[in-house]
Design a protein around this ligand. Sequence first.
Ligand SMILES: Cc1ncc(COP(=O)(O)O)c(C=O)c1O
Length: 492
Amino acid sequence: MTDTAGAGALPAQGMPAADVLDEIRALRDADRPTHGGRLFAYVYDPGVAGLDELAQAAYAQSAHVNGLDPTAFPSLLAMENTLVGAAARLLGGGPGTGAPDVVGSVTSGGTESLLLAVKAARDARPDLAEPRIVAPASAHAAFAKAAHYLRVALDTVPVDPVTLRPDVAAVAAAIRPETVLVVASAPSYAHGVVDPVAEIAAVAAAAGVRCHVDACFGGWALPWLRRLGAPVPPFDFAVAGVTSISVDLHKYAYAPKGVSVLLHRDPALRAPQFFAYADWPGYTMVNPVIASTRSGGPIAAAYATLRHLGEDGYLRLAAATRDAVAGLADAIRATPGLRLMAEPETTVVCFTSDDPGLDLFVLVDELTARGWHTQPQLTYADLPASVHLTVTAAVAPRVAEFGPALAEAVAAARAAGPVVLPPELLALAGSLTPEALTPDLVAGLAGGLGLAGGAGAPERMAVVNTLLDAAPARLRERLLAEFVGLLQRPAW
Ligand SMILES: Cc1ncc(COP(=O)(O)O)c(C=O)c1O
């Protein structure tokens, strides 16, 4: 079958450019709104007029440049070095600091930066047959992914249900002779809480182990918040014992997606991150990061974004974000039945419900129905289910509208009542093992939950979230993978 409209296969005859763009525009209509301050996850919107156009123009200039070989494209090397220098300077490194030799690499995102931090730590210890890393349970899931990809064991340290931070003595106790890396977050994604970085780095250093600070989320926000007077604890290279830091420019630096920076305190720490290969008949290859061919587009767009916003711009955006966080937190505090998981200290607002009559997953759907897109987080260990809000500068002008919308959504969620799973489904979630999941069972489940049919997720997700919430982590993982496998099918 040939198809010249919609998301069909390659058309027999090429289409006019304007029609193609119309197609994409029509597809984009189904997406969550990337701009406008009503989507509290996935996107980082500064709400600065003209910034998108600048980033797009810069992206276009360098889209076909290849980061594979910095000698062939010195423009890219120059921009990368500028990004790394800016990140290092912001995070306590560079000339005149206690970490004058900081070096780094530009990666495609936080996950790649964390994978490489783990790889560098692992490959610095070739003597270890079974290397391990230690991370608080609140550390980003990308560390588990890194451990899985790199065959490194992950030792997680529980977080306190009140402070949402790990106990430093427990971190110290988790460090073994095979430990190659200890992790701290600044802040954690789920709750926006900064770990006791100085104490964690100290126990790592005492054991002679690297310490990575995952500042992917907060590394480009905390320094500005501190300059504005917020009591941000030490978390960067000013802390002795911190050996590497990741910071994502596609988060609070407000660059388009595809750019993160991984910094190391000195070149020797970075060396095992690189991969070089000359034992084949093709070009000699040296890759500082995971990708080989890399588009210059995201790097040029990030460069343009940093140069255009400047320090004064980021300070202004941080002040707007701080005020938005305060306003959202006030709205939560003013809502009976809701409770902040932690007093916001960064750019996250995270809340839970103490009231069995107010189902958080239903509330999330009711907020979505009113145009406010929040992120549900499932029950974990002794932490209750919660709702996560990543707050960016574009939220500031919307804050006054959030309180009334929340009140309405809460009233609607109470009226609807909590999700009650059919007993057989609940029993299934509690008893099914991942190994027992058959394709038929998954297809039946997905059909019943409205997840089949290729149209993406259904509008109402409370039932799906309740089912996942009732399942143990391994089963959740299997179900998620199966559901997404059903969505990712070729459009013929
Ligand atoms: C603390 C933290 N680390 C790592 C990541 C992973 O970043 P990415 O999604 O860019 O791979 C995130 C993403 O939200 C994060 O918040």
